[in-house]
Design a protein around this ligand. Sequence first.
Ligand SMILES: [Zn+2]
Length: 916
Amino acid sequence: MSFAANVPIPGSTGATFQPQIVVDATRNTVYMAWAATTTAKGTDRYAGHAGLYFPSAMPLRIISASLIILTALSASFAQAPRGIPRELARQRAAQITNVRYRLAFVLIPKAATTSGNEELRFNLKTLQPVVLDFRDGRLVSASVNGATISLKLGNGHLEVPRERLRAGENTIRFRFTVPIAAAGKPLTRFEDHDDGSEYIYSLFVPMDASMAFPCFDQADLKGRFTLELTAPESWTVISNTAVASVAAVDTGQRHTQFAETLPISTYLFAFATGPFRRLPTSPGMPELYVRKSKFDRAQTEAPEVRQIAARGVQYLSDFFAQPFPFPKYDMVLIPGLAYGGMEHAGATFLREESVLFRTAPTHSDLLNRDILVLHELTHQWFGNLVTMRWFDDLWLKEGFAQYMAYQALAALQPEENVWKRFYESIKPDAYAIDSTKGTTPIYQEIPNLEDAKSAYGAIVYSKAPAVLKQLAFVLGAEKFRQGLQLYLKEHAYGNAEWNDLVHAFERVSGRPLDNWAEMWIRHRGMPQVEVSWSCEGNHLSELSLSQHDVLGSADVWPLAMQLGLNYVNRDPVLMRVDLNGKTLEVPNLKRADCPSFIFANEEDYAYGRFLLDPRSREAAVRQLGEVHDLFRRTLLGGSLWDSVRTAELAPEDYLALALKLVPAEADETLARSVLSHSATALHRYVSPATRSKYVPQFEALAAERMSQATDRDLRIVWFRGLAAIAETPEGLARSKEILNGRLSVPGVELRPLDRWNVVTALVAHGDPEAEAILASEKKRDPTGDGQKYAYVAEAARHERAVKQRYFKDFSQNPSRPEDWIEQALYAFNYWNQSELTAPYLQDALEALPQIKRERKIFFLVDWLTAFIDGQQSPASRAQVYAYLESGGIDDDLRLKILQSVDELDRTVAIRQKFPN
Ligand SMILES: [Zn+2]
């Protein structure tokens, strides 16, 4: 047996190491030492050694390589590696059971830390050292099974030596302090500038519980938590379970104990405290909490949130054949929450701004809110009741929550065109990543939990639900549902992996799904489907389909789709087609009447790029205005936009078509997406000359529709369109008239953020009155939100010194809340300011490793996209690729950059092909 092979180190990405055996005879220990070579710049994160105890009489030669590798990883981490390597997690999950945490925190207003007390009990199968995770904060004292012990923190771990432990039950007690801050910590303080009050909440996903207390911070070591909080008596406290007891402890402080939870993963444990108020309780409804300064608004605007959640509980319990899995369900509105929502078991946190809208909401905005509520609710089953074993299966919870949110909404609101909405909201994000060189499979290897953040993104949130929609089409609705039921039943309160789910579908359907799973779950990328056809006389004489990988590999995906032959003035002919190979003749449609165009993905069951062939595209452009079926019209419009993005259709042709059709478009979301595509074409793809030809037309149209459209939602859409597109003095004058009240959007009361968005655009365009307007808007809206939006608006200033100041603030001000920065990134990189922002591209790229370490999950992609999308030139594109080639970035960041640079690639390619 030889050690010559390079063995990947847990936690490394692309690192290799050459282990050596070192025998320490005095301690009867074999050390496996390694020197790692990693691509990480300047760091050697994995150098270290792991020890293995063996009886001294054992001849070394019989110790096999595999034994050494396994036991070295599982036994003693003399210096445990950073993060949580998968092997450590596996070893702990195999040895540790019956975990119980009793946690007590004392929360003092304005204090920079909290002191914690913990009693951790667990069973150990065989006697061995135990590694706990504790990554931030200070350990004050520890005792193991009653005896005080001095534990050293190393690389975010506490190692408890075996001689202090016993096989069977163990109890460890800790006293510690951990930080509370406005940003960058899992215990976040929010200061309400409107009334001076303070809120503290936890947010641990994916592995930040270990920044708040010592624990086994992995999803498959579920524990039962008993939480005690000591906090000011005027504060409300909310956690996963109901309050069990309350006692006054000291002047002004109160001690609350919560009931013990069912087994849950550490990332699902949470609490929120502060002067929250609860909406008046009504029977059968989940509770909803809101900070006290927003209570009045919540009373009028948020009751529907509870209703949709209550209806969702009924629907999902029935659909899954599993009652709601936890003893209660609360929703807590958190201002500036880093995510739309977080599904803590029994206590979902929702971003306040996603519920209490800062802009005048349209019907579609309200439905998006329903989707958010149903998404988080679905997680109580998918994610909380059954949890993925490891974050490489993140899609198991996110894909399903997203898919089931739409499925539930389609059942609860059948009058809404929900699957059209799914196509508009979900598919573009998925395709936008999946057609780039930076794309990943749905199942993503995560060797170390510290890389789990990188699994988050459109592939799990958008591709996975899209692929599930395809699977439901392949299996049929009933088998699909039975598969889900079986999966949830078999793994309730436990953990599962993707193949558990695939096997459940195989068992109920009797169909082998290995190839399907291999290509859709384990494989990256997507197909482009082409239709080739011709007619002889009035009949179709040839019809075939083919597919190819958009990235050019030879891969072939199993696809099932609804093909449509479309005619002028009569219903299309639809037919299900399975394309499992590279090409397919569709003989049974031969002799059909010659269609005017063919679209291969009617009703959007399949996942892939479906462009129209040239003949169909011409016909579709001609006929689009007469396509009455809204879903079909939306799909064709989307396909034409895809043709622009693949540089097959001139962006100017799209603009001309949009100007012709969108004035009469009665559907809010379709009008909105056409306007948003038009803005992209104007700001990125066409020449300045073409832009100045089209912008005045869009401005005039938007101003007219904003006041004349019969539908209120459409008037809002056009108002937003005007704010986004206006750039001529006439267009900006209209924007200013909206602010000063000389122009209005009939029947719509504009909200503060509507006004601030207009102000930001005026500032970005350097309107001569912008500074005066900004100053008066600050006076008009001095609220906490107003301060944030003023910060955003000022980031759009066309001044070198301002950009410099903001960039420094983004990267060096620890008290700047993350959501302020996230919102300001777009204004900083306003589309017309490439020249000013280009000097920051390099710094923005170099900041990525630090951002990845320190910021919440979605921050990195927001950052990267804003800085790259701010640029449009071949020179900036070259700069990004030069950075990619400079080495020193990890694979994960490389992929993220390749994802983000795709839009810049396309911009450059489109401009080259269509220079006018
Ligand atoms: Zn989710």
